[in-house]
Structure formats: structure tokens, C-alpha cells
Design a protein around this ligand. Structure first.
Ligand SMILES: [Zn+2]
Length: 58
């Protein structure tokens, strides 16, 4: 499974700290889909994460 570059993960961590939002990227090669959310219910966060990670769902 492909992993985002370290700089990408650092940027995500900074985004989380600064804005309180979470970014989830599709890990499919060359797929640029990403979902960002904040202040959502755990069930909604789970749904959005599955949507972002499930390449056949977007
Ligand atoms: Zn994808």
C-alpha cells in the first residue's frame, strides 16, 4: 500500500493543529481525491474516511 510522502503527512498534521480539520486522501496511485472535514460526528467522520479511501466509491 502506498504511503503519502513525509512532507504530505506533516502538512496534514499542521492542518489538523491549525484548523482543527482532518484530511483523508485516497491512496490509489495517481488518484488526487481527498476529503477534509472538521467538527463532524464520529459516524460522519467514518463515512467520509471510507468514501475517501474507497477508490471505487468516488
Ligand atoms: Zn481514488
Amino acid at each position: 500500500m502506498a504511503r503519502p510522502a513525509l512532507t504530505t503527512r506533516l502538512a496534514d498534521a499542521l492542518t489538523l493543529i491549525i484548523t482543527g480539520s482532518t484530511t483523508v486522501r485516497c491512496l490509489y496511485p495517481k488518484c488526487r481525491v481527498q476529503v477534509r472535514y472538521r467538527n463532524v460526528m464520529p459516524s460522519e467522520a467514518k463515512r467520509l474516511t471510507e468514501l475517501a479511501l474507497g477508490h471505487d466509491r468516488h
